[in-house]
Design a protein around this ligand. Sequence first.
Ligand code: CA
Length: 236
Amino acid sequence: MVTRSILVVEDEESIQELIGSHLLKEGYQVTAAETGEQALEIAGAARLDLVLLDLMLPGVDGLSVCRKLKENPRTRAIPVIMLTAKDSESDIITGLNLGADEYITKPFSPSVLMARVRAIFRRLETDHHDRLEGAETVIRIQELTIHPGRHEVLLTGRPLDLTATEFDLLAFLAAKPGWTFTRQQIIAGVHGDNCPITPRAVDVQIVGLRKKLASAGNNIETVRGVGYRFKDFNEG
Ligand code: CA
């Protein structure tokens, strides 16, 4: 398995070292940042699997870092665990609303923190497994029903004749309504038999898919300058 890469954003050296040493001991790859600016710079450049984010930072604070990470399509999928003061309930709520996955209050025991880290990765593994297997996970959105296990799509009960790539593309986007994916992310996420290999090929596949989806075709939205997303009907 690829080594998980974790960014620890913490301005207090002793805590930084404590967290870092425990993570290293468990075999994770650790990168450290002392400021929010540094954290964003690293997140923009490196492949990260998790960010441990202290909220009380000099300069750009942790909540702003979290917001920026979650706004950026490149980094929004990286889980974030916030490190917060015990009495900062409003910060915790703000952070969770911004998309942080977890929080842990200071002072914390390293073993509890490590347990949270492992739990996050376990959850990701399960999600990933579900996505790959997909047998039981039926996606129902408006008039569309997608059976990943059966490679079948129904539009108001009638099966649609999609190619393997069109199907994978649809299942990939519809699994996360409202999430915008770049063409590169789509290429990375879709491994159909005729996996589209160029960004232009993604555009062509989308055109074909929309046509076959007929009335449901405009559920696949173009996000100008970024990529595509499946319409989020819960957003209102
Ligand atoms: Ca701090």
